[in-house]
Ligand binder design. Structure first.
Ligand code: ZN
Length: 59
């Protein structure tokens, strides 16, 4: 499992790598991050991290 985090409002959502691979054909992190759009605030400042790691620090 992956977590998508909005750097703008802090909204987070869980992503299923398998469904992403189904939708996009390949799991390319850079590509997916660019396609992410926050469902809460509509911004595209997303970050992705695997759920076994802590959130990346806000910089
Ligand atoms: Zn947001």
């Amino acid at each position: 499992m992956l977590w998508a985090l909005c750097r703008h409002c802090g909204h987070s959502a869980r992503l299923n790598p398998r469904s992403l691979a189904y939708r996009f054909g390949a799991v390319d992190m850079e590509f997916i991050v660019r396609r992410l759009k926050c469902i809460r605030c509509g911004h595209r400042h997303g970050a992705i991290c695997p759920d076994y790691r802590r959130w990346p620090t806000m910089r």
